[in-house]
Design a protein around this ligand. Structure first.
Ligand SMILES: Cc1cc2nc3c(=O)[nH]c(=O)nc-3n(C[C@H](O)[C@H](O)[C@H](O)COP(=O)(O)O)c2cc1C
Length: 208
């Protein structure tokens, strides 16, 4: 299975080669993999920022515990969940569904009311956590797409979301930096490459 080979190949890259860039064709494929990610009810309650600008990345580095991947990778990807989930988000989804499937929006009234009752009754904290959870599925697809393209990546939670939200003006758009990833090409002397995969055994991980 190709996926397993790809998963064996990838690793959380610590040192990127700053002079090697991901092509726009490959970037489009990674974006497609993110776009096709599953999400709860299909609502896709997030935005994804793809940052190449080095000045912005220099500003974000201190808010990422000084991790070099932020500035050395080809691109920094910031997955941002909507911090407040509203009725409008659900209405937007049904407008898109109606247009895409060429079905009158009124046909979805019952389903839309059901989702609204479920989602909008969650507490603010639950809604925030729930929309943030969705971004991790998109992150997983980014990692897998990169591995298939032989592009290196590092998933990262080592950053201060509040500082990211300010620097990137995410607050103003009702967004919150949930999780990030750096993508590019490994440096020849990245000592993490070739490290053995440390993973629980099947016996410890699975109960059948
Ligand atoms: C959600 C998440 C957050 C992570 N945060 C960081 C990080 O901030 N910096 C880093 O160098 N690695 C980070 N990692 C990488 C993990 O340490 C790494 O995936 C794990 O040790 C397994 O190693 P492998 O990915 O090389 O197989 C993160 C991984 C995940 C999934």
């Amino acid at each position: 299975m190709n996926l397993i080979n790809n998963l064996e190949w990838r690793y959380a890259t610590k040192k990127f080669n700053p002079s090697k860039k991901v092509s726009s064709e490959n970037l489009d494929q990674i974006k497609k993999a993110i776009q096709l990610s599953a999400s709860s009810y299909g609502l896709q309650l997030y935005k994804v920022l793809i940052i190449e600008n080095s000045e912005i990345r220099e500003k974000l580095k201190p808010a990422s515990f000084g991790q070099n991947q932020i500035t050395d990778a080809s691109h920094l990807v910031v997955f941002c969940n909507y911090s407040v989930v509203t009725e409008e988000h659900i209405d937007e989804y049904f407008t898109l569904k109606s247009e895409t499937e060429q079905v009158p929006i009124s046909d979805f009234k019952g389903y839309s009311d059901f989702i609204k009752a479920d989602v909008l009754n969650k507490s603010a904290t639950e809604k925030h956590r729930w929309s943030s959870n969705q971004t991790y599925l998109a992150l997983g697809n980014l990692l897998n797409a990169c591995a298939e393209l032989k592009i290196d990546s590092c998933p990262m939670e080592g950053f201060e979301a509040e500082k990211y939200n300010k620097i990137l003006s995410l607050d103003e758009h009702g967004l919150n930096a949930s999780v990030i990833a750096t993508i590019g090409y490994r440096s020849d002397d990245d000592t993490s490459q070739g490290a053995k995969k440390v993973r629980k055994s099947f016996t410890n991980l699975f109960e059948i």
